[in-house]
Design a protein around this ligand. Structure first.
Ligand SMILES: [Zn+2]
Ligand SMILES: [Zn+2]
Length: 372
């Protein structure tokens, strides 16, 4: 069928970022285990921007977008749990068969990298092409939702219950679960504990909101942008620090060197060393921020060893199941996870503006609305 998709063009050496232009393209029919979705909205997330800036591998020309929400139009022959007319949002893709998938840890699927970044299905087909026949890299996170319609795997979808604003739901699939998941699934702060969140963009602010749902009594936001720190305080941070060279020492002073948890959520894992240093003995640092694929981090090894500190990576919030996504939606509906305070909506045609506004911090969580 003919759809409109935002196509990321080939790299142009004269530009600092790749151009994106909505154009009419052809989309194939769904496979037996796939669903055709009329996309109503899709978030702009760090990994989209990483691809646009050439920091993440994704072939061009291709179609990005991995926080899609919409209404099911058609389903493949084997799809049983979802039908036409259902409201759905799309989470991370996974194979469902590998060791980690069988253990219920789909965020660590052994085929996750290929499913998210190869630009095609595991069988090599892409499913999207230009009107002149030129193949397009699609299937970004097996969805490529910067489009009016897309295909996704049945198993990566969660149903959106009635009473929940569908246009807000896409970001639960990536940035919001990436921030809230480390708190709710992994760190699980004990009552009276302290937690510092380094970087309060959309991911870090989701961590702040999630921390507020726990018994942690000190929720400390660290960022370079005072406006974002103000939002963090509004969402539940009890303390905030403008990042400077003494931030780790200031955190030690504030907590009496007993910081229990830190979350590194900067756009590039820039502050991992400080997030580890700031911890008290037996503290845990969760690394969740996006980084260049070639990034390495340094930390003070004797400090980590002697104080029994722990460092964990948490991909996309960890342990994702439809139940986790559905619980985030329900928490938002109850007013306990006020995602709507981070969001700025853009028309699909203004996708480049949304990306630029996000880059400069003017928009915390841009969501594109599709024209239907
Ligand atoms: Zn798998
Ligand atoms: Zn993302």
């Amino acid at each position: 069928m003919r759809i409109t998709a935002a196509v990321m063009q080939k790299a142009d050496g004269t530009l600092t970022r790749r151009r994106i232009e909505p154009e009419e393209v052809e989309l194939d029919d769904p496979y037996d285990d796939e669903v055709l979705i009329r996309i109503t909205s899709c978030g702009v997330c760090g990994t989209d921007k990483g691809a646009i800036h050439g920091l993440e591998p994704f072939p061009t020309p291709g179609v990005l977008g991995h926080e899609g929400a919409g209404i099911v139009e058609r389903v493949g022959r084997d799809v049983k749990s979802i039908g036409p007319g259902d409201r759905v949002m799309s989470g991370f893709p996974f194979c469902g068969e590998c060791r980690t998938c069988r253990r219920g840890e789909m965020r660590y699927c052994e085929k996750g990298q290929a499913l998210s970044f190869s630009g095609h299905r595991l069988d090599g087909s892409g499913g999207m092409r230009r009107l002149n026949g030129e193949p397009l890299a699609g299937r970004f996170f097996q969805q490529s939702s910067w489009a009016t319609h897309t295909l996704a795997l049945e198993r990566q979808l969660a149903r959106v219950p009635d009473g929940i604003d569908l246009d807000l739901c896409g970001p639960y699939g990536c940035s919001i679960s990436t921030g809230a998941g480390p708190i709710l699934n992994e760190l699980r702060p004990i009552p009276g504990s302290s937690i510092a969140i380094f970087g309060v963009g959309n991911v870090g602010l989701a961590a702040v909101m999630a921390a507020r749902l726990t018994g942690a009594t000190r929720i400390i936001a660290v960022d370079t942008m005072p406006e974002r720190l103000a939002v963090a305080r509004e969402l539940g941070a009890t303390h905030s620090f403008e990042h400077g060279k003494d931030t780790a020492a200031e955190l030690k002073e504030l907590t009496g060197d007993q910081l229990d948890y830190s979350v590194e959520a900067t756009d590039g894992s820039n502050l991992v060393d400080e997030a580890i240093t700031a911890l008290g003995a037996r503290g845990t640092c969760a690394m969740v921020g996006g980084a260049k694929m070639s990034a390495t981090v340094t930390y003070n090894h004797p400090d980590v060893l002697m104080h029994g500190k722990r460092i964990i990576g948490v991909m996309g919030g960890g342990g994702q199941t439809p139940r986790f996504l559905e619980s985030l939606m329900e928490l938002q509906r109850q007013g306990r996870l006020p995602l709507e305070k981070l969001v700025r909506f853009y028309d699909f045609a203004d996708v480049n503006q949304a990306v630029d506004d996000s880059d400069i911090g003017k928009a915390i969580k841009p969501i594109l609305r599709m024209p239907h």
